[in-house]
Design a protein around this ligand. Sequence first.
Ligand code: SAH
Length: 230
Amino acid sequence: MTIGIIAAMAEELEILLNDLKLIEKREKANMTFHKGTLYGKDVVAVVCGIGKVNSAICTQILASEYNVDKVINVGVAGGIGKEIYPGDIVVAENLVQHDMDTTAFGDKMGQIPRLDTFDFKCDKEMVAIAKKACEQISELNSFTGRIASGDQFVANIEKIQWLEKEFGAISCEMEGASIAQVCYLNSIPFVVIRSISDNANNGAHMDYQKFVPIAVKNSTKILKQMLELM
Ligand code: SAH
């Protein structure tokens, strides 16, 4: 079994890459694919770049060229709701693309036209393992629910209120739902695990700068525990 591990930014994968026993490194589409073993599992770990196009390209390469059996996306994200704070963990149960809009045709906001699903559901077993990993790392607060992805750094209150009301999202980021769509189209089980870097509100970019290191540490901890449980 080979697990594809995707992070959007180098800093999100740094700790993991230090622990990875490298077998082979290959460049494709401006991305470096690190094939090796990580905590005893065969993995291909890659930084895909920010946004849905980068993450979709990356996931398709993992599917077509590396035949990965599962995909895990880790990284940081904006938290939605009063109870969720920087450093907390979000395990996605399902994901939507909040910037997909063909409402002019009567479609629901977020619906990808002519696709037979509204949201992209994470693999139940992988979600269960991620939740177990969260329970075992008991110092971390964790949440499970919907992540909304879009090509936008969300940094205003109206937008997060809308994401909560429209989609029931507990977190927002810029890659997860596109990775999820590619996995769905290729029938690859996946899960998205993020740690909160900011509350997606006014000033989110300031919190983001401050909290990314701790969020990265926490999401990495969960991923490590998860790989050990898999
Ligand atoms: N110039 C910044 C851009 C960061 S974009 C930089 O290069 O560091 C934010 C990244 O973190 C994306 O990969 C996204 O998935 C995630 N993220 C964290 N907080 C977010 C928020 N409030 N809204 C959207 N994405 C967020």
